[in-house]
Design a protein around this ligand. Structure first.
Ligand code: A3P
Length: 301
């Protein structure tokens, strides 16, 4: 990478890159060695694919539908995001504290790729949940979220961001990740579903999750779950809106707040409404080609 030495001297860039790389490596080593319990549940998704939605569902099923606690405690406290503290503070010592201190059975959220998760995952075999979402909607959702928190430059438009995503070589990681879990979808320790499936038939997804976790549910609770997990309810639920996390990121990026709700649109194919017809076509072609490299179509995922 070439850095703008007119802004900062070369030695500065070299030193910083070297430090950040080695620090990240140490964090990943720490994650690799982290303790895993066989009664854990790990929700491991790509960002903006319905993680929070599924996380709330899982937490309630795992905790005997304790709506009271869910209403009074932020989701990030009930089910911490493993990388969050490290991302915000780069502090290795405190980086895994929230999951280490969590009462068992733990529900842990991570956006890390499967090969980067603790190695004990493969010995202890905790349950793992994966939610796939069309990358077209995920990219758009990601833009709004990152833009709001100051993680993309203020002048960057949605179309600029999507173009950047398409030409970014790391974009392969998005597709490799999706295909990796797709290949594992029949493993008994993995619950594989999609955002689209949750939109289509949330009732069935809840029943399937209960079966996967070996929990029962009666009709009254099921109706209550459907209401609690509806977009309308989650939109006004401050416990699942990640307000605290968003504030922490904003402090870091020094971005002013504005109108934004974590539960933004909650739709499938909303990219078609938000992008120009030309961009829709470009993104359709791009994703089709990427997915076809694995010998599958987007509908297979
Ligand atoms: P949009 O930005 O497209 O609206 P994650 O939790 O992985 O970051 O995913 C966030 C996305 O899930 C956002 O998508 C958000 O609106 C959507 N979402 C969250 N709760 C939802 C619900 N109950 N119903 C539908 N979509 C929901």
């Amino acid at each position: 990478k070439r850095y703008p030495t007119n802004l900062l001297p070369q030695e500065h860039w070299d030193k910083r890159v070297c430090y950040i790389r080695s620090n990240c490596q140490q964090f990943l080593n720490k994650v690799h060695d982290a303790e895993v319990y066989d009664d854990d549940v790990w929700i491991v998704t790509l960002p903006k694919c319905g993680t929070t939605w599924m996380q709330e569902l899982l937490w309630l099923v795992m905790n005997d539908y304790d709506f009271e606690t869910a209403k009074n405690t932020n989701l990030e406290q009930r089910s911490p995001f493993m990388e969050f503290d490290y991302m915000i503070h780069s502090d290795l010592d405190r980086s895994l504290k929230p999951i280490e201190d969590l009462k068992r059975p733990r529900l842990v959220k991570s956006h890390l790729a499967l090969p980067l998760l603790p190695s004990q995952i493969w010995d202890k075999k905790p349950k793992v949940v994966y939610v796939v979402r069309s990358p077209k909607d995920a990219f758009v959702s990601e833009y709004h979220f990152f833009h709001h928190m100051g993680l993309v430059p203020p002048q960057c438009s949605l179309e600029d961001y999507i173009k950047g995503r398409m030409y970014d070589k790391d974009c392969n990681e998005q597709f490799d990740n999706m295909y990796e879990f797709y290949q594992l979808r029949s493993e008994p320790w993995l619950f594989y579903t999609s955002f689209e499936q949750m939109k289509l038939n949330l009732r069935q997804v809840i029943l399937d999750v209960c079966k996967f976790l070996g929990k029962s549910i009666d009709d009254t609770i099921l109706e209550r779950m459907l209401k609690h997990l509806s977009f309308k309810e989650m939109k006004k639920n401050p416990r699942t809106n990640h307000l605290w996390e968003i504030e922490e990121v904003r402090k870091m990026t020094k971005r002013e707040g504005g109108d934004f709700n974590f539960c933004r649109k909650g739709e499938t194919n909303s990219y078609k409404k938000e992008l120009s017809p030309e961009m829709v076509q470009k993104l359709d072609d791009f994703v089709k080609e990427k997915v076809s490299n694995y010998g599958i179509t987007l509908d297979d995922l």
